[in-house]
Design a protein around this ligand. Structure first.
Ligand SMILES: NC(=O)c1ccc[n+]([C@@H]2O[C@H](COP(=O)([O-])OP(=O)(O)OC[C@H]3O[C@@H](n4cnc5c(N)ncnc54)[C@H](OP(=O)(O)O)[C@@H]3O)[C@@H](O)[C@H]2O)c1
Length: 325
């Protein structure tokens, strides 16, 4: 089996994929900008090869891609740096092609669909983003899909909904987990009672490795839905119930998000994505299930229990050499 490299490995999805590869007894390369960070996250795993890259230097990107068969692209940038997404993708793609990398797997989002036109969105839904961030994400996908069509490299794209799980701070539910575990009040972004789905991040790794290994995966994108349709309100109630505290939260509406955005770059950029709280994208992933068969989907109740456990002072040992993601 050829070398698998995780570009942007130190995020939560990188951890989930690394754990899946570790469990399969496979070696893998982790690529990031800081050796110290990679060492801290993956240094305990003898199956992980640590490689740094400078994403501003083509020679460095090529060196990181050298000898790789499958490149999994996981780079995430803050909302206010989204303009970097197509730039970094183009450089990585060019470097991968120059080095003879056979396949790229891109971990993507729902943003390119834009405002949903149907209650449930499958892969035939048009990609017509009305937001700047959606257009930049679509530009990344278009670069990859064009390269696949041209026969330069094989590409598959996996679209994920909002994240949650142990150690996942970049989640609308994170504040609720922290506040509930301390019996405090959570601040949520509303409305919170609209349909919503979340993916439990530890479930992502096994799905990515199954997709990556499937010859039928390439040349297109795939939806991966969450463990069913729920709402922030329903999940937050369960988070507090499992934490053993009465639910206590306040909800920020779009006006407050705009106001706080005067001071916070994240909240400012969140404004244009607010439609996802009122017109949520709920993904139909039947095509992916038809391709891969069973997909691991941890029920929300269990995912909440495990996420709370990871916040407790004495986390349960995970039995593998990675620190919990
Ligand atoms: N959070 C969600 O709900 C959600 C939902 C759907 C999709 N996604 C997307 O799924 C992907 C994986 O998510 P994740 O949370 O695992 O990723 P992440 O933590 O957002 O980013 C992964 C890694 O990218 C690297 N990175 C950041 N800025 C960079 C830059 N300017 N140049 C090069 N590398 C840079 C960092 O690694 P180093 O510092 O080690 O270099 C970081 O650890 C991301 O693209 C994310 O946006 C997220």
């Amino acid at each position: 089996m050829g070398t698998v490299a995780l570009f942007g490995a130190t995020g939560v999805v990188g951890h989930s994929i690394a754990q899946a590869l570790w469990g399969q007894g496979r070696g893998y390369r982790v690529v990031g900008r800081s050796r110290e960070g990679l060492q801290r996250e993956f240094g305990a795993d003898p199956q992980a090869e640590i490689v740094t890259w400078n994403p501003d230097d083509m020679a460095s990107i090529q060196a990181a891609a050298r000898g790789v068969q499958t490149l999994i692209y996981l780079v995430g940038v803050p909302y206010w740096q989204f303009h970097l997404h197509p730039v970094l993708m183009k450089r990585t793609l060019d470097a991968a092609i120059a080095e003879g990398v056979e396949r790229i797997v891109f971990i993507a989002s729902v943003y390119p669909y834009g405002r949903p036109r149907t209650d449930v969105v499958n892969e035939s839904h048009p990609r017509v983003p009305h937001t700047n961030k959606g257009r930049l994400r679509k530009a990344q996908e278009d670069l990859l899909l064009a390269a696949d069509k041209a026969g330069s490299i094989q590409v598959t794209i996996l679209r994920l909904p909002d994240f949650y799980g142990p150690g996942v701070e970049n989640s609308f539910l994170h504040r609720a987990f922290v506040a509930a575990s301390q019996g405090k009040r959570a601040q949520l972004i509303g409305p919170i009672d609209t349909p919503h789905e979340f993916v439990y991040v530890p479930d992502v790794g096994p799905t990515v490795t199954a997709l990556m290994d499937h010859p039928g995966a390439y040349g297109r994108f795939w939806n991966l839905g969450g463990a069913g349709v729920t709402s922030q309100a329903a999940l937050v109630e369960d988070i507090y119930a499992q934490a053993g505290h009465p639910a206590k939260y306040s909800v920020l509406g779009p006006g407050m998000v705009r106001l706080i955005g005067l001071f916070s770059p994240f909240m400012r950029e969140l404004g244009e994505m607010h439609y996802l709280h009122t017109s949520p994208v709920i993904m139909d992933d039947s095509a992916l299930r038809a391709l891969l068969g069973d997909i691991r989907k941890t029920p929300y109740r269990d995912g909440i229990r495990q996420t709370l456990a990871a916040l407790s002072p004495a986390p349960v040992a995970t039995g593998h050499p990675h620190p919990a993601p």
